[in-house]
Design a protein around this ligand. Structure first.
Ligand SMILES: CC1=C(CCC(=O)O)c2cc3nc(cc4[nH]c(cc5[nH]c(cc1n2)c(C)c5CCC(=O)O)c(CCC(=O)O)c4C)C(CCC(=O)O)=C3C
Ligand SMILES: [Fe+2]
Length: 375
């Protein structure tokens, strides 16, 4: 086998995602899964349920993951990378425990995990590691022989992720009227999280206020801004803004909110804006509702020309980035020193989350990190 396409010691890749409802009857049970024990006010649940019902009770996230799964399998097959790919979710079928059971029954012993979040945070990293630990605990109770599970490093700064985002921004700029294009602002959008969760995101004390979550988003945004400047010759103002806030109003979450930012841009006389969903990897409900419905409507009412650029989805360059990350990690596990590709100033992220990385409100077992109770 071509040495460059050697997946050893891994024998499977697991695509691990959020999951979403696939019909009106799924919406409430899905939201109950998401919010169990998380102190989300009831009104917020009704409000978010309505977002899903606006789209027939179907979140696009599962279909997008099926597409990504198919694209990864096709890419691996075409390149001669012999690594089966599976898919499991936190909040909806196929649940990660069921997928992991199937993997063990198929004889998989060394599993590498790709989570559909590119950044450090409790929700985007440790919570997925807790999902894996929960699944392993369940399989152990069933008497199964546990596989070893590792998680890929954060990929927000992988060139295949950032170059795809950049091309999306350039395409979005082309959709703006020519007379406002050069002056268009860039609003990099990501999920708001509680300030306290941001401050403690990533390795303990490795970053200042905002933690790794904000630092990584700023690094990614700066890389895209630089590439867009390079391509268009125009220096344009930009900002990192937040969306999809939930939780009690008295608890501080990352700001400014995208809609407030749009009002601010209008007041400042900005000619146009491109909303860049840098925090997300596919056009799921947080993008379709919070940006394409709520924020674009707000921009329209303000008379501010606005477009939303693409997420990476199953773009071939993102799929190739995943392949690169898999081969990189496999080589690292074989004690080789592979090239670790990254743009921006932060450099490639750690392979193994250290103890205390992205803590949750309660301490729970988490797999695939230095504090994993599993091998
Ligand atoms: C950082 C982050 C990401 C990005 C990283 C990643 O992608 O993982 C993300 C993604 C997503 N969030 C999603 C949906 C929801 N998130 C909620 C609630 C929350 N998200 C949070 C954070 C994040 N969330 C937080 C701190 C909460 C508060 C409750 C808690 O502390 O857990 C709620 C409850 C209702 C509400 O309050 O909005 C829903 C329904 C969907 C699925 C969309 C679809 O169905 O297409 C996706 C991809
Ligand atoms: Fe969320």
């Amino acid at each position: 086998m071509d040495r460059a396409l050697n997946p050893n010691p891994y024998d499977a890749l697991l695509l691990l995602s959020f999951g979403g409802p696939e019909g009106p009857d799924d919406v409430l049970p899905f939201l109950e899964n998401v919010t169990r024990g998380r102190g989300i006010p009831r009104e917020r649940l009704t409000e978010v349920g309505a977002h899903y019902h606006l789209f027939g009770g179907v979140s696009p996230i599962n279909e997008q993951n099926r597409t990504l799964l198919a694209a990864l399998r096709a890419d691996f097959a075409e390149r001669g990378l012999d690594l089966p790919v599976y898919w499991g979710n936190r909040n909806w079928a196929p649940y990660v425990t069921d997928t992991l059971r199937e993997m063990v029954r198929d004889g998989r012993r060394r599993i590498l995990v790709l989570a559909t979040s590119a950044y450090a945070s409790y929700s985007g990293c440790r919570q997925y590691r807790e999902d894996l630990a929960g699944a392993l605990a369940a399989l152990k109770r069933e008497g199964l022989d546990l596989p070893r599970v590792d998680k890929l490093r954060h990929y927000f700064n992988h060139p295949g992720f950032l170059e795809t985002m950049t091309d999306g921004v350039l395409a979005a700029l082309d959709r703006l009227p020519a007379d406002v294009r050069d002056g268009a602002h860039l609003a990099f959008c990501t999920h708001s999280i509680p300030d306290a969760a941001a401050d403690t995101s990533g390795p303990p004390a490795a970053h200042g206020a905002g933690g790794a979550y904000v630092a990584q988003h700023l690094d990614a945004a700066r890389a895209v801004v630089a590439a867009v400047r390079e391509a268009t010759g125009a220096d344009r103002p930009w900002e990192l803004v937040y969306q999809s806030r939930s939780g009690a109003p008295h608890i501080p979450w990352l700001e400014p909110d995208i809609v407030d930012h749009l009002k601010d841009l209008r007041a400042k006389g900005a000619p146009a804006v491109v909303m860049v969903p840098i925090g997300f990897v596919s056009d799921h409900m947080e993008v379709l509702y919070d940006l394409d419905t709520e924020a674009l409507t707000a921009a329209d009412e303000l008379g501010l020309p606005a477009v939303r650029s693409a997420t990476v989805g199953a773009d071939p360059r993102f799929v190739a980035a995943v392949r690169d990350l898999v081969l990189e990690r496999a080589a690292t596990e074989r004690d080789e020193s592979p090239r670790r590709r990254a743009l921006g100033a932060l450099g490639p992220s750690h392979d193994l989350c250290p103890v205390g990385c992205c803590p949750g409100r309660q301490e729970r077992p988490a797999a695939a990190g230095a504090d994993s109770p599993y091998a």
